[in-house]
Design a protein around this ligand. Structure first.
Ligand code: PLP
Length: 365
């Protein structure tokens, strides 16, 4: 039955890693800079000490391996939502946020894409450029993926005027995907004033704002600052949808741990939304794995461990910042005539190093 199956092209990011591993050139860079994972000075994976500590405690508890519920571990979900929306979040206090544990950011994006499609959305707007996987995720969920202008390649900066113009031309009620912080791949985020205007235009056009928050704490080193846009939109009265990933900030890449949440008008509406999320999850993967949820919950439930996490996550962010400065200085010292200011202006682990579509990750430089 498989004789007519064509060979699919390799994934642009994972395929690059495969090609890298196969390449026996003596000149190849000694660490793989293609994969989106933080590395220490020796080019090795880095496990946060607080994550190790939490894991050791969990091991001693000799927990069972029963199924979690369809929506995952409720304790983890509550703590994850408090982490991003903030302790004082009004919708959280009013119990009108529907939340589920997801298979990291990717899984949450897919579940929400499918729910959107089922409830009548035909398309979704994503920034141009965006994280490569957004496009197949939403296409496979049944949505037409449309792009709004985001980045000015010539100026190496946010193309704010065109972004606003494109938002104003979106059909009423459309869903727009926004990167909460450390936009991937440009590393260029709106300022808070610009976020305010985006929020305002989204309100005027009755847009459904869907935040992808893959770098909270890892972007600027300050988890509150990285969540500021999300919190502002909630305060402005948007019933946002939000996907969180704990891959980068906690370094839990392979644990596939994330959360999807939707702000509703009332607790009763939130319950109805939650029921639909569960209807989608059950025939897809039934329920999520437990280990990553236990680790994140163990850290976020403890004030002391949260503080350790904040410091360790900031350590990663600051090291990346220092690499940005070093890269810029080196390029300038080499006598490059063009401006490299954008390298230190952009945040997070990526930078657009040239004004066409090459970008590189800064983990190891
Ligand atoms: N969203 C963005 C913007 C990303 O950059 C990534 C990973 O690089 C993800 C989501 C998904 O990551 P994960 O599925 O590991 O949480």
């Amino acid at each position: 039955p498989w004789k007519d199956f064509p060979m699919a092209p390799p994934d642009p990011i994972i395929g690059l890693t495969e090609a890298y591993l196969k390449d026996d050139s003596p000149d190849k860079v000694c660490v793989n800079v293609g994969v989106g994972a933080y590395r220490c000075d020796q080019g090795m994976p880095f496990v946060l000490p607080v994550v190790r500590e939490a894991e050791n405690e969990i091991n001693l508890e000799e927990l069972d391996h029963e199924y979690s519920g369809i929506a995952g571990c409720p304790n983890f979900v509550n703590l994850a939502l408090r982490f991003v929306y903030g302790e004082d979040s009004v919708p959280l206090k009013e119990k009108r946020v529907a939340g589920v544990q997801t298979l990291s950011g990717t899984g949450g994006l897919r579940v929400f894409g499918e729910v959107l499609h089922q409830f009548g959305h035909t398309h979704i707007y994503v920034p141009n450029p965006t994280w490569g996987n957004h496009i197949p995720i939403f296409t496979n969920a049944g949505l037409e993926v449309r792009k709004y202008r985001y980045y000015d390649n010539e100026k190496c900066s946010l193309d704010f005027d065109h972004l606003i113009e494109d938002m104003k031309n979106m059909p009423e009620g459309s869903c727009i995907l926004l990167h909460a912080c450390a936009h991937n791949p440009t590393g260029m985020d709106p300022t808070m004033e610009q976020w305010k205007e985006i929020s305002h235009v989204a309100k005027e056009k009755n847009l459904l704002c869907f935040f992808d928050c893959a770098y909270q704490g890892f972007a600027s080193g300050d988890a509150r600052k990285d969540a500021a846009a999300v919190r502002m939109f909630v305060e402005d009265g948007h019933n946002i949808a939000l996907v969180q990933s704990f891959s980068k900030n906690f370094g839990l890449y392979g644990q596939r741990i994330g959360a999807l949440s939707i702000v509703a008008d009332s607790p009763e509406e939130a319950q109805r939304v939650l029921s639909q999320l569960k209807v989608h999850i059950r025939p897809s993967y039934s329920n999520p794995p437990r280990h990553g949820a236990r680790i994140v919950a163990k850290v976020l439930a403890s004030e002391q461990k949260t503080q350790e996490f904040v410091e360790q996550c900031m350590g990663m962010a600051k090291r990346i910042d220092a690499m940005r400065s070093r890269l810029r200085t080196k390029l300038e010292e080499l006598g490059s005539s063009r401006s490299w200011e954008h390298i230190t202006k952009q945040i997070g682990v990526r930078t657009m190093t040239w004004h066409f579509h090459f970008f590189s990750r800064l983990y190891f430089l």
